[in-house]
Design a protein around this ligand. Structure first.
Ligand code: SF4
Length: 358
């Protein structure tokens, strides 16, 4: 089969794509620079390190104040590890996190970051202490941090997330439905007055009708409280609904990032295009001809050389295995970046955009 380009043309515009702190309405709340996290695999009687999982490998991006940044990718692509690095749940091997202008490190205490960034996980039951009532669970964080009137704050938050305190305050987690428990977890996160909330597959375990209600609640809370979200999900329709921008990860690296509508309508990276091709679409005009992804991702213990997607990419050529493509702006849109040799006329890839060929 001859190779044809049926994804958005990539017109490279060389620029510094490293996120930078800057002023203006889209000022970043968090800047992640070249984050790395490798996990050792130990084996044998002496528990010696036998291999390394490259979970997150040089990931850079920013989360702008007031936006929702969606992060998508197959299971094991590093999106949840990236979230845990952002909140300080696991330590960075390398790289920097700058939170509202302060570099994480000696200048800013991890405690402050943990308070300013809260996380909601997929498993609503495991996230709650079964021995605490709902109001105690929500009030726990403010109590520990010596905040004023923690129980009053908890009751107010219960109202905000749609749980009447008179009905639910003294119940236990097992007495609630999954959707109600996730509302409690959202209230618990908000109880710390965070600037950023990371939602890691937070609606994935819910029924579709409940999922829609919780998504609407999250949108309302973002507006009312001026929150910023990082929304991690494998469900591209949900990510599209809630996100302003979308970041696509593959095998520990960022392969594409841009405004949600640009990513949904003009995927520039073959991996993103394959992900969307596998997504069920109700709109017949919006179905792509891109074949769904074949096979599983390669082992992150031994990631492929050059472009990590080359073992599954139908456009792969020699240069793809030899050299790693860098993120670069495409189609003249400084906000839409992709890492693919087809976007670089100097790469030698036979399908690379030539001036005016788009
Ligand atoms: Fe495919 Fe090569 Fe682009 Fe990687 S760099 S996505 S292998 S065409």
């Amino acid at each position: 089969m001859s190779k044809t380009r049926d994804i958005a043309p990539l017109n490279i515009a060389p620029q510094n794509t490293e996120p930078e702190d800057r002023g203006g309405p889209h000022q970043p709340l968090i800047i992640a620079k070249n984050l790395k996290k490798h996990f050792p695999i130990r084996s044998g009687l002496l528990n010696r390190k036998s291999a390394t999982v490259h979970a997150v490998d040089g990931v850079s991006f920013e989360v702008r104040k007031g936006e929702t940044l969606g992060i998508v990718g197959e299971s094991g692509c590093g999106k949840s590890t990236t979230a845990r690095l952002l909140i300080g749940l696991i330590e960075l091997d390398d790289g920097r996190i700058i939170f509202d202008g302060d570099a994480l490190g000696s200048d800013i205490k991890l405690k402050e970051l943990r308070r300013g960034v809260q996380m909601v996980f997929q498993d609503s039951y495991a996230s709650l202490n079964p021995r605490l009532t709902i109001v105690e669970s929500i009030a726990f964080g403010p109590q520990v941090h010596g905040m004023e009137d923690p129980h009053g704050k908890a009751r107010d938050l219960m109202r905000r997330v749609g749980l009447a305190p008179e009905r639910f305050a003294n119940r236990y987690p097992h007495e609630l439905s999954g959707g109600q428990r996730q509302r409690v977890n959202i209230a618990r996160a908000l109880a710390m007055s965070p600037r950023l909330v990371i939602l890691d597959e937070a609606v994935s375990a819910l029924d579709k009708s409940v999922e829609a209600q919780v998504l609407n609640l999250l949108n309302d809370l973002r507006e009312e409280l001026g929150l910023t979200y990082v929304f991690i999900s494998h469900d591209l329709n949900v990510v599209r609904y809630i996100s302003d921008r979308v970041l696509v990860m593959y095998l520990g690296e960022v392969v594409e990032v841009g405004p949600a509508e640009a990513i949904y309508h003009r995927q520039a990276h073959p991996y993103t295009a394959s992900l969307f091709a596998a997504m069920p679409s109700m709109d017949p005009d919006n179905r792509t001809e891109e074949p769904p992804l074949a096979g599983d991702p390669p082992n992150p213990v031994d990631p492929p050389s050059g472009c990590r997607f080359h073992t599954r990419c139908r456009f792969a050529e020699g240069v793809c295995a030899a050299r790693k493509p860098q993120l670069a702006s495409i189609g003249g849109d400084a906000d839409h970046l992709a890492a693919c040799h087809m976007g670089d006329p100097a790469s030698g890839h036979s399908l690379a955009s030539k001036e005016g060929s788009a």
